[in-house]
Design a binder for this molecule. Structure first.
Ligand code: 3PG
Length: 208
C-alpha cells in the first residue's frame, strides 16, 4: 500500500482516541457514512488495539491505521491488530528499521527541516508535520516546499475545520489530521449522527 495514495484518499484524517470499546463500531460507521475512508486510531488507551480490529470488521472498505506509535513493540502490536499503516509523533532509527520489509507503511512525525532530512534519508517522503500549529503551520509548510518539493505532508496538531482549508491549498499537503471529527463529548453522548455531520463537513473540504 502506497502511503501517499492513502493520504490522498480524503482531506481529513480523524485522530481517534477510544476509551469505550463499545464506541468503536458505531464511530467507524458514523465516520464512514460521512465520507471518511481513512482512520487513525491512537494507541493511547487500553482498548485501542481491539478498537482497530472492530473498526476493520465494521467497515471493511476503510483504511484503519494505528497512531501514537512510538516504538517497535507498538508497531508490531498494531500490525497484529490489523492496522494497515502506522503514524508516529516522531521518528527514531529503531522505528524506521522495524517499519521496513513486510511491516507497516509508516507516516512519521517531523517538526524541523533537520528531522525531515533524517526521515528522508531513512526512506520516508510522506510525513506528518507535528505538532503542526506549533511547528509554524502553513508558513512552515510553505517554506518546506522550496527545498523539499518531493515531500508530501499530513499536518496534524492544532488543525481545525476553520484552519484546515489554508493547509489544504498548499501543494505539499495531501490531507490534515485532527481530533475534531471524533470529540470525546459526542462519543460519550453516543451522538453518532452528529459525528456523521462533522465527517460530512470535513469530507467536503477541497484539496488543491
Ligand atoms: C493529537 O495529538 O491528538 C493530534 O495532534 C491531534 O490533536 P488535535 O487535532 O486535537 O490538535
Amino acid at each position: 500500500m502506497n502511503l501517499k495514495d492513502v493520504l490522498r484518499m480524503g482531506p481529513v484524517m480523524p485522530v481517534i482516541v477510544i476509551h469505550d470499546l463499545a464506541h468503536a463500531k458505531p464511530l467507524a460507521k458514523a465516520l464512514f457514512k460521512g465520507g471518511i475512508k481513512v482512520f487513525e486510531v491512537t494507541l493511547r488507551t487500553d482498548v485501542a488495539l481491539d478498537a482497530i480490529r472492530i473498526m476493520r470488521d465494521a467497515v471493511p472498505e476503510a483504511i484503519v491505521g494505528a497512531g501514537t506509535v512510538t516504538g517497535p513493540d507498538e508497531l508490531e502490536a498494531a500490525l497484529g491488530a490489523g492496522a494497515m499503516f502506522a503514524v508516529t509523533p516522531g521518528l527514531t532509527r529503531e522505528l524506521a528499521e522495524s517499519a521496513t520489509g513486510p511491516a507497516l507503511p509508516l507516516l512519521p512525525g517531523v517538526m524541523t527541516p533537520g528531522e525531515l532530512m533524517a526521515a528522508r534519508d531513512l526512506g520516508f517522503d510522506a510525513l506528518k508535520l507535528f505538532p503542526a500549529r506549533e511547528a509554524g503551520g502553513v508558513g512552515m509548510l510553505r517554506a518546506m516546499a522550496g527545498p523539499f518539493p518531493d515531500v508530501l505532508f499530513c499536518p496534524t496538531g492544532g488543525v481545525t475545520l476553520e484552519t484546515a482549508p489554508s493547509y489544504l491549498e498548499l501543494p505539499n499537503v495531501a490531507c490534515v489530521g485532527g481530533t475534531w471529527l471524533a470529540p470525546a463529548d459526542r462519543m460519550e453522548a453516543e451522538d453518532w449522527d452528529g459525528i456523521t455531520r462533522l465527517a460530512e463537513q470535513a469530507s467536503a473540504l477541497r484539496v488543491k
